[in-house]
Ligand binder design. Sequence first.
Ligand SMILES: [Zn+2]
Length: 155
Amino acid sequence: MPQKKEDTYRRAYDQLCAYMDEHKMRHTPERFNILSSVCMLQRFSVEDLRESLTELLISRATVYNTIELFEKAGIIRHIEKEHGVRAGQYELAWLRSSSIHIICQHCGRVREVKDPTFSRILEDKRLTNFMLERYSLYLYGHCKVCKKKSKLITK
Ligand SMILES: [Zn+2]
């Protein structure tokens, strides 16, 4: 069940504060501004995140450092990628512990899809000498927009 946006921010906020307190880091307003954008976007590239921050005058270096901080604090994780898909996308770490992502090889757009039947097959699967805890599945192809564009080009 998807979490409400406020709940997401509350959870991320608590987690960030705990991490910063533990590491004796300052609670700067920039970090919380970025955190709020991250919670709104849920899944993003560094560029998406920067675009969402334009009016706040936060430097590129701060954005990168903050992403690193959020990753260390376990708030976001890097989405694994293959074959030159658009560099670096991140998502909230607890979005779903097990997930299926569909990735457009052309524009790099990532979307999460839910397939309860498929999930059940994986979760019920017995693997020799192995306990499955979670899984990530990445399906590569072309999104509707890119497919449409490529059709126009080839006409
Ligand atoms: Zn696309």
